[in-house]
Design a protein around this ligand. Structure first.
Ligand SMILES: *Cc1c(COP(=O)(O)O)cnc(C)c1O
Length: 233
């Protein structure tokens, strides 16, 4: 356990140094960027170590795993829980019970299901619209950039969701700088109609520098802090 504390402390320090360097190069303040540590497939004990090391935001991507992990946390009240994975409509009610922020809203039915779920749970949820930057390649989630405005209006008129901004994953094999520049344009378009929607969730272990350079406000970093993920099963 102590060894794991030292591993996570070192991983966090390495990533913090990368973020600080990227902010300095981009002329941005470090406090403009929120680090979300993606703890998927790692145990609740790692989340508790991270909380003791000062982490305030964790990310999860599978409802079943996240629901039981979050329920087991002794440090839940010190954390903001972000759901970052593709979300089936029939899991929205469950996610609405424990997540604070959902990054992966990409279709009207999911907006409706999350709004109902938040209502039933007596909670409000912060919502990001996931933008697909791979021009229609199927399977990775994300709304087409042209559909973002309509989705934003739906979230805006919902009773229990707060629109915060956009999220994207750089397409495999693409230049992340180009992908995140595209996301930045979509985010600017969204702010024209929804000025309060200022969050841009972009950047993972491999491309966080490009995301900071392109104006990301939230980074979702897993393996660079926690090490390679245990496989499922
Ligand atoms: C797993 C995951 C991450 C973290 O990826 P790493 O490469 O481990 O940093 C970020 N975003 C999403 C949506 C993820 O599913």
């Amino acid at each position: 356990m102590t060894a794991r504390v030292e591993e996570l402390r070192a991983g966090l320090a390495r990533v913090e140094a990368r973020i600080a360097g990227a902010c300095a190069r981009a002329g941005r303040d470090r406090d403009e960027v929120t680090l979300v540590v993606v703890t998927k497939r790692f145990p609740a004990s790692d989340v508790e170590i991270l909380a003791d090391l000062g982490v305030r935001h964790i990310g999860e991507n599978k409802d079943q795993e996240a629901a039981s992990k979050v329920a087991a946390l002794t440090v839940r009240d010190r954390l903001t829980v972000h759901f970052v994975g593709q979300l089936q409509t029939n899991k929205a009610g469950s996610v609405a019970r424990y997540a604070d922020v959902v990054h992966s809203v990409d279709r009207p039915r999911l907006v409706a299901a999350l709004d109902r779920g938040a209502d039933a749970a007596g909670r409000r949820l912060d919502v990001l619209l996931q933008v697909g930057l791979d021009d229609g390649a199927p399977g990775r989630g994300g709304a087409a950039p042209a559909d973002v405005a309509g989705l934003a209006d739906l979230v805006g008129s919902s009773g229990h969701l707060t629109l915060r901004g956009v999220m994207a994953v750089a397409p495999l094999g693409a230049d992340p700088a180009l992908a995140f520049a595209r996301l930045r344009e979509v985010a600017a378009g969204l702010r024209a109609a929804h000025p309060e929607a200022t969050w841009v969730s972009a950047g993972m272990s491999g491309d966080l520098e490009a995301a900071v350079a392109a104006g990301a406000t939230h980074l979702r970093v897993g393996t660079a802090i926690l090490g390679s993920r245990p496989s499922h099963g």
